[in-house]
Write a protein that binds this ligand. Structure first.
Ligand code: PEP
Ligand code: MN
Length: 341
């Protein structure tokens, strides 16, 4: 049973609920977010129900959640969508996020040119990896701290919040200093230590679905972040492994309605990594918006043919504005607006 406290609940009221839960032999797990405190009562559900906590001081409502993911569950919020606010831009509900930028930060000119162009073209956040998860250990691994410094400079001039990947726990302090959104990559979706620490950082987190992860595994992974009291979590479908070899990954757009049925968290689509080629990125972006996604994260580069990684799939900055305009139309059709703060 989850006991959702009112926003204005006092420490005393929280302590009283915990005491009553423990008095019937159950344990209480407190998850204290910026807005919401949720107490998970673990043990005999009947005994907790008999406590009559509904209407107790500070208690908003009780949510009996049958799913293994509790804090991510849509039932927790009585069916409502979570709306995140990141640097003045909203994500979730009727708000659509347009995150764009290069796969990786390569050098100052590349990063700043790309950033200026996506800002002018209507992006709501800027992406770029300073730490890259590469299949080969001999491939470019990212500029590291220098990359983070360039991202900070790009934010300074464009005002766009930064989405950047945290690959390794050893870099968390550096990444947290610059990131407005910490990206957890597909390969780290089940790196539970990393998820917990990203949760503790208090920064918004974009959690990408693992290459072979089920929807339920993705939701369980998000629970590791949420349980640290971090409510600012977005889930991201980026393509999964199937038998199909005609493209890099299979973009699973059914993840949008399937996730949205189960969770209050915003759902983002990465239309770039599954096609692996730029001419298929626009249709997947528009399809994501039409499917009801809460945003996309798309790779855009000032000179894609010269890109160090993912050169084939990054769209040129010159094509970005046109895509943003088309997205404006499609989001409008499904009742969303691109939130630019
Ligand atoms: C990326 O977004 O740059 C990336 C590496 O994505 P993924 O973890 O989905 O492969
Ligand atoms: Mn990439």
């Amino acid at each position: 049973m989850m006991i959702v406290m009112k926003e204005a609940a006092t420490e005393d009221e929280i302590a009283q609920v915990v005491e009553r839960v423990e008095s019937v032999g159950c344990s209480a797990h407190i998850s204290k977010g910026e807005l919401l405190t949720v107490i998970g009562a673990i043990g005999d559900r009947g005994k907790v129900a008999d406590l009559g906590l509904e209407g107790a001081p500070g208690v908003d409502h009780l949510a009996p959640i049958s799913k293994p993911y509790k804090l991510a569950s849509r039932e927790l919020k009585k069916g409502a969508d979570s709306i995140l606010e990141i640097g003045g831009r909203k994500v979730g509900g009727t708000n659509f996020a347009l995150m764009a930028g290069p796969c990786t930060v390569e050098n100052r000119d590349q990063m700043l040119d790309s950033a200026d162009a996506v800002a002018a073209g209507g992006a709501t956040m800027l992406r770029g990896g300073a730490y890259k998860p590469r299949t080969s250990p001999y491939s470019f691994q990212g500029l590291g701290r220098e990359g983070l410094r360039l991202l900070a400079e790009a934010r300074e001039r464009t005002g766009l919040p930064i989405v950047t990947e945290l690959l390794d726990l050893r870099d968390i302090d550096d990444v947290v200093e610059v990131a407005d959104v910490i990206q957890i990559g597909a390969r780290n979706m089940q790196n539970y230590a990393l998820l917990s620490e990203a949760g503790k950082s208090g920064k918004a987190v974009l959690l990408k679905r693992g290459l072979s992860a089920t929807i339920e595994e993705l939701l369980m992974a998000s629970e590791y972040i949420l349980k640290e009291g971090n409510e600012n979590v977005m889930l991201c479908e980026r393509g999964i492994r199937t038998y199909e070899t005609a493209y890099r990954f299979t973009l699973d757009l059914l993840a949008v309605p399937a996730l949205k049925e189960q969770t209050h968290l915003p759902v983002i689509i990465d239309p770039s990594h599954a096609p692996g080629r730029r001419d298929w990125v626009e249709s997947m972006s528009l399809a994501a918006a039409a499917a009801g996604a809460d945003g996309i994260i798309i790779e855009v580069h000032n000179e894609p043919e010269k890109a160090i990684c993912d050169a084939a799939q990054q769209i040129p900055t010159s094509e970005f504005q046109d895509l943003a305009l088309k997205l404006e139309t499609i989001t409008g059709v499904v009742g969303k607006t691109i939130s630019r703060g």
